[in-house]
Design a protein around this ligand. Structure first.
Ligand SMILES: O=C(O)CCC(=O)C(=O)O
Length: 305
């Protein structure tokens, strides 16, 4: 196939590119066929998505908002009974969690790290069809779950330093989107209880601007999910109010990047092998770009099943 590349200087280059096959992975994992290694692993390799082409196409308005503003909020994504179940589950999980050790973690915040080793209540949030479709369409790539954590900001907490989630990938800014973070509001997020503060459009900055970033609180009712580009400046809000603010963060990145959490090690093998197949893939138990992640040149799933 012939393609035309337009360089920033305005020159046009025509080149022959190999089109990668795009397939949708079904629940059985049939299309995820993690064992198949093609003869031309990179250029001719297949690309597998969690979402259908239709789902990615209908995600386009959200993708457009992410490109423009760096964030988008979807409301009403969780029914009341799921929110109640999650509230009860987090009460259990947080019983064993201590307040944070640093200002960044939040001295008056409780975080549940490695939650996929401790509960199955979050699987459907992580595999949420609209979220995976938006992340895949925005990144235009195969994705992995890079990190999962809850943050419960208690009264008295101070604002977290504004930061970018992709800062650990040392590329000049602005760069292609590398990751999409999701923040699920498990109760109402208000300015008073510590709604995440964001700097709209800051994903387009170089990071060297002298103007101090102006953040706004991303208020949203419980059951909403906010997605942001990993380059967007953001931070947990301070909580001068009376009640805690509970959010769950799932961070998705291009599947070929090193993940933030090492879930290969942090989730016990007996749990890993029982996870839904799609979640196993999302955690990296498949072969991406037709070559990455192999164990003895075959599917990494073999190592846990
Ligand atoms: O809790 C929040 O609203 C944001 C937390 C966050 O960005 C982080 O801990 O990296």
């Amino acid at each position: 196939m012939r393609a035309e590349l337009v360089l920033s200087c305005g020159h046009r280059i025509e080149s022959r590119i190999q089109v990668r096959k795009v397939e949708h992975m079904d629940d059985s994992g049939r299309n995820g066929h993690v064992d198949s290694l093609g003869p031309n692993p990179v250029a001719g390799g297949a690309r597998y998505y969690f979402s259908t082409a239709e789902a990615r196409a209908s995600a386009e308005p959200h993708v457009e908002a992410l490109r423009r503003d760096g964030y988008v909020i979807l409301r009403d994504q969780l029914p009341p009974e799921k929110l109640e179940a999650l509230a009860a589950e987090f009460e259990r999980l947080e019983g064993a969690a201590a307040m944070g050790r640093t200002d960044f973690e939040g001295i008056k915040s409780k975080r549940v790290y490695n939650p996929l080793a401790k509960t199955r209540a979050l699987d459907d949030l992580i595999l949420h069809p609209a979220v995976t479709a938006i992340a895949e369409a925005y990144l235009d790539d195969q994705i992995q779950l890079s990190s999962a954590t809850s943050v419960n900001i208690h009264p008295g907490e101070t604002p977290q330093t504004l930061h970018r989630d992709d800062d650990y990938y040392p590329l000049p800014r602005p760069h292609i989107p590398l990751s999409v973070t999701t923040m699920w509001a498990l109760n109402d997020f208000t300015e008073e209880n510590g709604a995440t503060r964001i700097v709209p459009r800051s994903h387009l900055l170089t990071g060297k601007e002298s103007v101090p970033p102006q953040s706004i609180p991303a208020e949203m009712p419980k059951g909403s999910v906010m997605l942001w580009d990993g380059s967007l400046l953001h931070g947990g809000g301070g909580n001068p109010g009376q009640s805690p603010r509970l959010g769950f963060i799932g961070l998705y990145s291009r599947a070929w990047l090193r993940a933030q959490d090492n879930m290969f090690l942090s989730i016990p093998r007996e749990i890993l092998r029982e996870l839904p197949r799609r979640l196993q893939y999302l955690l990296g138990f498949w072969v991406t770009n037709n070559f990455l992640g192999v164990v003895e040149n075959r599917s990494p799933l073999r190592a846990i099943s």
